[in-house]
Write a protein that binds this ligand. Structure first.
Ligand code: HEC
Ligand code: HEC
Ligand code: HEC
Length: 356
């Protein structure tokens, strides 16, 4: 009876005398390791968040683009944690810097914002640039759209020409960098010269430009442009085909076309069967889950850049996932090449009847 008790007593003493101090000695380094792991994980996750949401304005290496300030400067690194948290949470009124926290209509939880702050303070920007490139999210060169005298003269001849001219100047200065100098869209924003868009009521589009699309690069313009400028630019968007018909010449630029080769198409097809077929059906003919992509109307109306953007960014509030963080730039390009290769043989599919 007494022997086991003794053993237990001895064991307990052993634990206290031998094991515990040993454990306590190790405790600080264990905690340090945990802390280090935590920071590493936070920074890696934040790097991808940065690539997808911030690089487009602040640059792949945090160097800043046009009026968007650098984040890789000592000045920013030295900002207090609370100031950094504030600017990412709330944004800055009257600038392109939107509030990113959910409580401000953004897409990030407070812990995600906290991780972004740590990231900005500690980022290795060379690695960030490498990762942004790996994800295919290096922002395109910012193109300045020139509004020529000829364009303004052709516009002036149209009814309401003055509004159109105002709209064009607003567009060139504020929208062209993302939506393209010819309205055809870029890797980062959809085409603005779009029949679908023109089919939505004008007021809805004005509202969209006013408020922006939270959680996307489409900022709210209501504090940056006066109402007349917003209605003029929306008027311009709705009358885009009329302008083109009347001979206004838009610069033929940066409609990103994706190089294609038999190898890319084959790689794209293989990837399609793995990642897309379950929803979009065999050979892209569609299923009840997702529309046909092997579809004359879709392929003829959607430039490569826009298809790329849809695949990389997904379509919010639908089943269509964003693939940008899962597939490489090369892989997405091969998917575009594969889809494009079906254009000549794709069946004509009529647009759905718009229901009220
Ligand atoms: C649409 C462009 C745009 C995007 C996207 C964007 N920013 Fe900004 N950001 C800006 C602008 C413009 C400013 C400067 C605002 C001002 O004038 O005070 C800014 C300022 C900042 C600042 C403060 C810098 C300083 O010197 O005070 C931080 C930090 C910052 N952004 C982080 C981020 C993070 C993190 C993301 C992504 C989650 C992001 N930004 C996305 C445009 C953008
Ligand atoms: C920093 C890039 C950027 C800038 C600058 C920008 N946009 Fe956008 N815009 C976007 C993105 C991205 C979307 C798609 C948002 C989404 O996913 O719903 C969009 C969507 C839109 C849409 C809806 C398109 C559709 O088919 O539903 C309109 C209209 C629009 N923008 C107009 C404008 C106007 C007008 C300006 C200039 C005053 C402007 N945008 C400036 C990135 C931008
Ligand atoms: C979980 C189901 C699902 C998967 C997987 C999926 N998609 Fe989609 N996709 C959708 C849905 C649903 C839509 C239509 C969204 C809408 O209502 O606008 C869509 C729309 C699209 C569109 C735009 C079509 C149009 O008519 O505007 C393209 C392009 C596209 N998907 C490509 C792909 C590619 C490429 C893959 C594989 C990498 C893929 N999708 C995987 C569900 C899916």
């Amino acid at each position: 009876m007494t022997t086991p008790m003794k053993w237990i007593g001895l064991l307990a003493t052993l634990v206290i005398v031998v094991i515990l101090p040993f454990y306590m000695l190790n405790e600080p380094t264990q905690q340090e390791d945990l802390l280090k792991d935590y920071y590493t994980a936070a920074i890696l996750t934040s790097t991808d968040i940065y690539a997808e949401n911030c690089a487009v304005c602040h640059g792949a290496a945090g160097e800043g683009i046009a009026d968007n300030p650098p984040l890789n400067s000592d000045a920013v690194r030295m900002m207090s944690e609370s100031d950094l948290t504030k600017v990412i949470t709330r944004g800055r009124d009257g600038t392109l810097m939107a509030g990113w926290a959910m409580e401000e209509g953004g897409i990030f939880t407070n812990p995600q914002v906290a991780d972004l702050v740590t990231f900005i303070q500690q980022a290795n920007w060379d690695y960030v640039a490498y990762r942004v490139d790996e994800l295919g999210l290096t922002p395109p060169e910012v193109t300045q759209m020139e509004v020529s005298e000829d364009m303004l003269i052709s516009l002036a001849a149209l009814p309401g020409g003055e509004t159109l001219s105002t709209g064009l100047v607003v567009y060139a200065e504020n929208c062209a960098a993302c939506h393209g100098s010819n309205g055809a869209g870029t890797v980062i924003a959809p085409a603005i010269d779009s029949a679908d868009l023109r089919a939505t009521p004008l007021e809805e589009t004005i509202q969209l430009v006013n408020t922006g699309v939270p959680g996307t690069l489409m900022a709210s313009w209501e504090n940056m442009l006066v109402p007349e400028e917003i209605s003029a630019v929306v008027d311009l968007i709705y009358r885009w085909p009329e302008m083109v018909q009347s001979g206004v010449e838009f610069p033929e630029v940066e409609v990103m076309t994706i190089a294609s080769s038999p190898e890319m198409i084959a790689a794209g097809q293989q990837l399609f069967n793995v990642a897309c077929k379950s929803c979009h059906g065999m050979d892209g003919y569609g299923t009840p889950m997702a529309p046909a992509l092997n579809n004359q109307l879709f392929l003829s109306e959607t430039p490569d850049a826009a298809i790329y953007q849809i695949i990389a960014g997904g379509i919010s509030d639908t089943l269509m996932p964003a693939w940008g963080s899962r597939l490489s730039d090369q892989e997405i390009q091969s998917l575009v090449a594969f889809l494009r290769s079906m254009e000549t043989t794709a069946p004509a599919i009529l647009p759905p009847i718009l229901s009220e």
